[in-house]
Design a protein around this ligand. Structure first.
Ligand code: ADP
Ligand code: MG
Length: 392
């Protein structure tokens, strides 16, 4: 999806006020009635309606008049709210080129005031499944479209919390810098996704390191669940960084063994295919066990015996059981409902990684952002759809 941040510089305080009002209304309305937006924004002299037209022109909101005159945020509108909050906080000052398109995310370079380049991941849960589900299961569609904001925010919150905890425990992950709404700011990883690497100096060492990471994660109580060549970055010194954490689960998850084995299998398969590495060489892996063919692979059961409690620490840090369950439900439904039909209405996406463009500096009209929802790990109940009351 294109992210033209130029418009961001021209938006006024009132524009953001109304955009925020639409966001608030979306906590309990799929389409927010225009007069509710007006009541929340409280602009003088019917100003809200004029501003809504401007937001519509800039594709920050979507107008829907099927049932009543109403609006909802677009991805772009949500992006702008997150970016503005983070810029106001001084986390970064400009947005540059797009460096990645994930299945359900867009990744951009951003730069701080002093020129340090960071990575910004905008979560887009619902992008693929939204389309898939549309054709198959209509009843889910409404729930989905109602929930994409919430789910994307949940994914960002989870990713941030896990990245931070893993970094604190010495895992090679990007440094978690900050998070707001569906947006995570982290250090920029030098290097490339492993999938792009055709040759390695020491494939055996890299293989061992990667398998060792899966085992060490499980020893800490966690399984990545998407541990593959797309989510492993490698630099010129063949140093590994693991990315992409929204789908991680605890070793006590009911499907933990399957997820663990699947992560291991992905790595075996990839190294076998790409670097001709066979599994026999890996006899010495910690926690390994021979299978029926006499190959030795890390075994979930022996690793689980020694598992620590990072999973519980994370649960205690504010990423609650309920949120975990909702994410998992989503991920499971998503896995069931995949097809490639594409008719999402925010279809100005072109899913291409952008060319190098100069960083666009964001001198944004400053505004008090204290009422902004963000990734505060405590006291987040009011951010759950349906619990917002207009009086707040
Ligand atoms: P998704 O969850 O959508 O798969 P990822 O977190 O895997 O998203 O990111 C998608 C791509 O963006 C990665 O394959 C990688 O090329 C790039 N990317 C993500 N995070 C970073 C980062 N911190 N530094 C550099 N590139 C990154
Ligand atoms: Mg990924």
């Amino acid at each position: 999806m294109k992210l033209d941040v130029n418009a961001l510089r021209y938006l006024s305080k009132d524009d953001f006020r109304v955009l925020t009002a639409v966001e608030m209304g979306m906590r309990n309305h799929e389409i927010v009635p225009a007069e509710l937006v007006d009541r929340i924004a409280r602009l003088k002299h019917g100003g809200t309606y004029k501003v809504l037209r401007n937001l519509l022109k800039n594709k920050l909101v979507h107008h829907d008049a099927t049932k009543y005159d109403g609006y909802r945020l677009t991805y772009l509108g949500y992006d702008f709210l997150a970016i503005k909050t983070l810029v106001n906080r001084g986390v970064f000052a400009s947005v540059g080129r797009q460096i990645g398109v994930g299945k359900e995310s867009d990744i951009f370079e951003v730069a701080t005031e002093d020129g340090t380049v960071l990575a910004m991941k905008l979560h887009r849960l619902g992008r693929t499944s939204f389309r898939a589900v549309k054709s198959k299961r209509d009843y889910l569609r409404h729930r989905r479209s109602f929930n994409w904001l919430y789910l994307s925010r949940l994914a960002a919150l989870k990713e941030f919390a896990f990245m931070k905890a893993l970094g604190d425990h010495g895992f090679p992950v990007p440094t978690a810098v900050d998070c707001n709404r569906h947006c995570v700011i982290m250090s920029l990883v030098q290097g490339y996704p492993l999938v792009q690497v055709k040759e390695l100096q020491n494939p055996d060492d890299v293989f061992d390191t990667i398998l060792g990471l899966i085992v060490r994660l499980a020893e800490h109580g966690l399984i990545h669940c998407d541990f593959n060549e797309f989510n492993i970055m490698i630099d010129d010194d063949e140093k590994i960084t693991v990315i992409d954490f929204p789908q991680m689960v605890s070793v006590s998850h009911r499907n933990a063994q399957m997820f663990f084995d699947r992560d291991i299998e992905c790595i075996y398969k990839f190294f076998n295919k790409r670097f001709n590495l066979t599994s026999e060489k890996n006899e010495e892996q910690p926690g390994s066990e021979s299978d029926d063919e006499g190959n030795s692979r890390p075994s979930f059961l022996s690793v689980k015996k020694t598992a620590g409690s990072l999973d519980k620490e994370l649960a205690a840090s504010g990423f609650t059981r309920k949120e975990q369950v909702e994410m998992e439900k989503y991920i499971e439904e998503d896995a069931e409902g995949h097809d490639s039909s594409s008719d999402d209405e925010d279809d100005d996406d072109d899913d291409e990684v952008g060319d190098a463009v100069p960083l666009v500096s964001l001198k944004i009209d400053q505004q008090d952002g204290s009422d902004e929802p963000d990734c505060n790990l405590a006291s987040r109940d009011s951010d759950v759809p349906g619990t917002f009351s207009e009086e707040n």
